[in-house]
Design a protein around this ligand. Sequence first.
Ligand SMILES: *Cc1c(COP(=O)(O)O)cnc(C)c1O
Length: 396
Amino acid sequence: MRTGSMRVAEVSMPAIRHNVGRIRALTGGVVIAVVKANGYGHSARFAAQAALDGGATMVGVTDLEEALALREAGICGPILCWIHGTNVDFVPAVTEQIEIGVSTLTQLEALAAATIVAGKPAVAQLKIDTGLSRNGASRADWDALFARAAELHRAGTVRVRGIFSHLANAGDEADRAQAAEFDDAIATLRAHGVDPELIHLAASAATITSPHLHYTAVRVGIVIYGLSPVSDKTSAQLGLVPAMTLRSEVIMLRGVPAGTGVSYGFNHVCETATTLALVPMGYADGMPRALNGSGAWVTIAGEPRPIVGRIGMDQFIVDVGPQAGRIKLGDPVVLFGDPERGYPAVEIWAGLMHTINYEIIAGIGSRVLRIAADAEPGTDAEPSTDAGPAAQGAAA
Ligand SMILES: *Cc1c(COP(=O)(O)O)cnc(C)c1O
């Protein structure tokens, strides 16, 4: 049961729809919206719903459990998943019409076997390794894999709907080499008599930078959440709207004299008399402890204020200055959101942490309540909430 809203990730459904529309306009082709890892922290259900409403053809997740959770949450659109454990059971995938990214002959045979148990055909997309050296079939395995895939396709057992690969983002030349390898794989598959409908290589970065790599579809994650995949362009410069506003509230205010130590280790000592505001979010909620002393800030009642002292598991402290009369208990604290609205950009934290925006948003903890905000004109529906997989399980 959720009783409060002191830790909230507000997810703008119109922003996600807008971002998908933007990518559709940019590519003119099919958009596969990646909602793995709980929709990059936004709630996979909200992200999938908004992406499909915004014109995505399909959603993608990493594994079958994520895919089945989306089906349980009521997402009925096409879903693709592409990383499988050695003991994966594909029967529910076939039953629930989840498309399977197939990297190996073993996986293909397991999928074919599952169609017999499930009593209906499966849909596969062949995953090719073109140089990233991760998931996907390497060149040496193409012939055997494609021959068997073609046989199953012709038999109507496993329909081969697509072929895809993933880039290393190691520069334009490396991208072109991977694309050439991918072209060989596509030609080889066609030579085996299968003409795939969905051909996709580009994730967000190549979608933005390399129109020649769009093929018939793009498979994008970070951009649908309105964040930039490249360090030299902001969301606004790309016409994207950040979908998540991570917020909390002021739950205590304390006037302190100069010389007051703050939080564990007293590694911050107030130089002057000031007012400290307590905010109930911490590293368990995805706020990196290493932000301690880095100069990170939040907005309180719309104004920028510095985080001071160590970030705890459940709380952190903000110096709101000596004349804090204007700040009251319950005032909203925004940790990050759309900089166009005056909020700190998530990229500030990412920069301070020497990481990428992806890692920050994917790390938002399970105690943070996801709320879908649908503020488009003419809609006054109650915001829906997603308390996460644990709570869904408890309710089931
Ligand atoms: C995560 C992932 C994506 C999406 O990447 P973005 O950079 O967020 O667009 C696409 N394809 C695969 C295989 C992935 O694992």
